[in-house]
Design a protein around this ligand. Structure first.
Ligand code: SF4
Length: 328
């Protein structure tokens, strides 16, 4: 979370009506294939020096949002603006220049690091492609990045398997940082780490944000981590954002029944306090065959007759607090 709280400058990232459907299986009658509606009309923006937490259960589409924004997946529909430039349909050559301003950190640092490359080669890899540096200059830059993320320059010669999980995530951060990005998409960056190591990596990300003004899209299922690092939080259910608010507002005053249920499941450190709300039961329905009306109606304790037939529309219930529910 940035020191100044939510930033007010123009967005680094703006996403409008983003959809990502994955066709699968045989064609049905009429020639259409079935589709997984992984992301189904998502809008949000992130300013410099701001962290937007994107939360939801496994399978809600949050990782697909990150991968579609970074163009690892091609969007089915919608627009993605990076510092005002529409990058939605840029081809590889044009996209390359914009990629340097947008980097990604993955959940499993080990699988995202090439085991045959030294740590120094991994961190310097993007510099070879994007920066006209001599070998010595590149070595100096990589050494400085190692020091900045809490590693020793002497470790540049080591291979990924010689690092601990937390150190490997630091390597991933150093590589992401190498081109001075404006946005980093962090996809469950600490969920594979021990709790004490999680805190160190989160602190590092916060320090880097305060130093460089980087915008983060922080994708996670762990609400305690999201509450710690985010300025604003967006809650996803079955491919859609159902609630967005400033962090403190969302955690103190959740309005969507799904958000309420997610928070009810989070342990509160003070045993005399209890969060209200029903604990979620059942699994997320299939994104192929989604419930009609409000997608949450099959699990919602407050569902009314219209919830299964009418889709709710987003409503601003307080400044910056947007909820998609018939009852709010
Ligand atoms: Fe529950 Fe109805 Fe609101 Fe959906 S619209 S969250 S089913 S009350």
């Amino acid at each position: 979370m940035s020191d100044s709280g939510a930033a007010t400058t123009a967005p680094v990232l703006e996403v409008q009506g983003l959809r990502k459907y994955f066709p699968f299986g045989r064609k049905l009658f009429g020639g259409h294939r079935q589709r997984v509606h992984a992301v189904d009309g998502v809008d949000f923006s992130i300013a410099a020096n701001e962290t937007l937490g994107l939360v939801g259960e496994s399978g809600c589409g949050k990782s697909t949002v990150g991968r579609t924004i970074s163009r690892l997946h091609e969007p089915t529909e919608g627009r993605i603006f990076l510092e005002g430039t529409d990058i939605t349909e840029l081809k590889a050559g044009d996209l390359r220049e914009h990629r340097r301003r947008m980097q990604m950190i993955f959940q499993d640092p080990f699988s995202s690091l090439d085991p045959r490359m030294t740590a120094g080669e991994i961190v310097g890899e993007l510099l070879i492609v994007h920066e006209p540096l001599t070998r010595a200059e590149r070595g100096d830059r990589v050494a400085a990045l190692f020091e900045r993320v809490g590693l020793r320059a002497a470790q540049m010669r080591n291979y990924p398997h010689e690092f601990s999980g937390g150190q490997r995530q630091r390597l991933g951060i150093a590589r992401a940082l190498s081109l001075n990005p404006r946005l980093i998409i962090c996809d469950e960056p600490v969920s594979a780490l021990d709790v004490s190591i999680q805190a160190q990596v989160i602190n590092l990300l916060e320090d880097l944000q305060n130093e460089y003004g980087i915008a983060y899209l922080f994708i996670a299922h762990d609400l305690a981590v999201v509450e710690h690092i985010s300025d604003r939080v967006a809650v996803m259910y079955l491919g859609r954002i159902v609630e967005t608010a400033e962090r403190a507002e969302l955690f103190a005053n959740p309005q969507h029944p799904y958000t309420e249920s997610l928070l009810a499941a989070v342990p509160v450190p003070d045993p005399t306090r209890k969060r209200s709300g029903h604990v979620l039961e059942g699994d997320v329905p299939s994104p192929v065959d989604r419930p009609t009306g409000c997608h949450f109606h099959t699990r919602c304790p407050y569902a009314e007759a219209r919830c299964s037939s009418e889709e709710p529309t987003p409503r601003e219930v307080a400044p910056g607090h947007i909820v998609t529910c018939h009852l709010r």
